[in-house]
Write a protein that binds this ligand. Structure first.
Ligand code: ZN
Length: 498
């Protein structure tokens, strides 16, 4: 994510609060509908959550979602009207007598367990969908859970309340025809950290990564796009078409991209920087009418892929590109398809979101308190790219240091929602890597980064894992340099490149 560079105006704040009030009214209607639809079910003991340090209510301990097969119909793009059906392939790491998905979305009409109807309860206050399977789900056993739903997605406010943002399913109304120009309605996901369960019943915590098949049905003239590789596009009767995408490598739920708009899909030559030198498919989605300066922010993506894979090792997915959106929002590194507002369409932001494909999407924090492992690495990637353009990396590090001195700082493991995306997560996190590089030299730093991605790509990580790897890969001096920047209450001295 890249929200530090955003400067939201008072006008926008007012706009978002206005939208929020309207959405709140919709939600209270939705709640009434859901309460009436609850089938009779005895009270349930709440299952244990993942116990996240920042979001203790998210997820279910012991639940392991392997795959989401999601079918979404967006009949009227730009409105919040949504129809969905998702089949989760589940297993468990401990016996589970009930399944407790995160869900704060449209009204649920049916739930099936291995294809058969099963009782369920929507607990709106807890933002959970509770399901009792016919028999407990046991470790080593796979089951499918299918949820059908329709209506308006819920509203999850960004946990950093100083930032006026509603997470999850975004609806951007189209313009009425005026002066000959129209803009189509659009929808897209913007979920980090906890917005995905506004439109998808899910184990909405980064410790449970999964693969996705996403099937998006939209009216003719619109394009659906999602994380992963497009596998088909089918015309339906009645003026609709369905786009199907497969995300074959596991990603965290917050990184799932879904976009609906009148898009121009621009393909570019594949870049052979994937695992084993495999080609990385390149496609960008620009809303029809996107201005040339916006497109130019993405003109150097192939070169960025080459420079970053030179430091970080193979690009971890099969495709990369961006989907541009028109609202003024933070950019977000949605998997294989970064979500880029027009207002963030600048080269350093493009580079930052690309770097998150390694750090965040392929290697994912197992607890939200460790999100600096995403933001620090993506921020440091900006310095590495600038150096590749002949700029002075040390001067960039010095500017980060000035910012931290001015704004204050903290140890890197976050303790509150407000700290998740603060200056320390980004710039102190980046300086921790700078300190490691200065301590061990470029060659060993590069080898360390590649050992880290080789070890943890596809999985999850904690700060302690990074330190343990430093100990074995670059020895005590590297580990000590990192540890000082991770743990010291005060700001350590600026490390200087030789
Ligand atoms: Zn970021």
């Amino acid at each position: 994510m890249n929200r530090l560079r955003q400067s939201l105006t008072t006008v926008l704040t007012g706009l978002l609060i206005g939208v929020g009030a309207q959405a709140q009214a919709q939600m209270s209607q939705l709640q009434v509908a859901q309460v009436q639809d609850i089938p009779s079910l005895p009270p349930l003991q709440a299952a244990r959550t993942t116990g996240d340090s920042i979001f203790p209510a998210l997820g279910q301990l012991g639940l392991d979602v392997l795959n989401y097969d999601l079918t979404l119909t967006v009949a009227r793009p730009g409105t919040s009207e949504l129809r969905g059906e998702v089949t989760l392939t589940l297993t468990a790491t401990q016996p589970l007598a009930q399944i407790q998905l995160d869900f704060f979305g449209p009204t649920v009409s049916a739930v099936r367990w291995n294809g058969r109807p099963v009782v369920f309860r929507s607990d709106i206050a807890a933002q959970k969908l509770l399901v009792v399977p016919p028999a407990p789900l046991l470790p080593g056993v796979e089951a499918t859970l299918t949820v059908s739903y329709a209506g308006a997605p819920g509203i999850v406010r960004d946990p950093d309340f100083s930032y006026p943002l509603e997470l999850g399913w975004q609806s951007v109304p189209g313009d009425e025809a005026s002066a000959g120009a129209t803009r189509a309605g659009a929808n897209f996901t913007l979920s980090e950290p906890n917005g995905t369960h506004t439109f998808l019943p899910s184990n909405d915590h980064p410790s449970d990564k999964a693969t996705f098949t996403t099937r998006i049905t939209v009216p003719a003239g619109f394009t659906g796009a999602a994380s992963g590789v497009q596998v088909s596009q089918t015309e339906l009767e009645g003026g609709f078409q369905t786009f199907v995408f497969r995300q074959a490598q596991p990603i965290p739920t917050y990184a799932l991209a879904i976009h609906v708009n009148q898009f121009e899909r621009v393909e570019s030559p594949a870049v052979p920087v994937g695992v084993g030198g495999s080609p990385v498919q390149r496609r960008d989605y620009f809303p029809v009418g996107t201005a040339q300066p916006t497109r130019e922010a993405y003109a150097r993506t192939a070169e960025m892929l080459r420079v970053l894979s030179g430091w970080f090792g193979p690009y971890p997915f099969e495709a990369y590109g961006v989907a541009v959106v028109t609202p003024q929002l933070p950019a977000l590194e949605t998997a294989t398809l970064s979500t880029m507002p027009v207002t963030s369409s600048r080269e350093p932001v493009a580079l930052h979101e690309l770097a998150h494909q390694w750090f965040g999407n392929a290697i994912t924090p197992a607890d939200w308190s460790d999100v600096w492992l995403n933001e620090g690495f993506a921020t440091y990637a900006e310095l590495l790219w600038a150096e590749a353009q002949g700029q002075d990396g040390q001067a960039i590090a010095a500017r980060w240091m000035d910012t931290l001195n001015r704004r204050g700082t903290r140890p890197l493991v976050a303790r509150t929602p407000e700290q998740l995306f603060d200056t320390s997560a980004y710039q102190r996190g980046a300086l921790a890597l700078h300190a490691l590089r200065v301590a061990v030299g470029d060659d060993r730093f590069r080898a360390f980064l590649q050992a880290y991605t080789a070890r943890y790509s596809g999985g999850t990580v904690r700060t302690a894992d990074l330190l343990a790897l430093a100990q074995t890969q670059v020895g005590p001096e590297g580990e000590a340099a990192l540890k000082l920047w991770i743990e010291s209450p005060a700001l350590p001295a600026l490390p200087i490149l030789p």
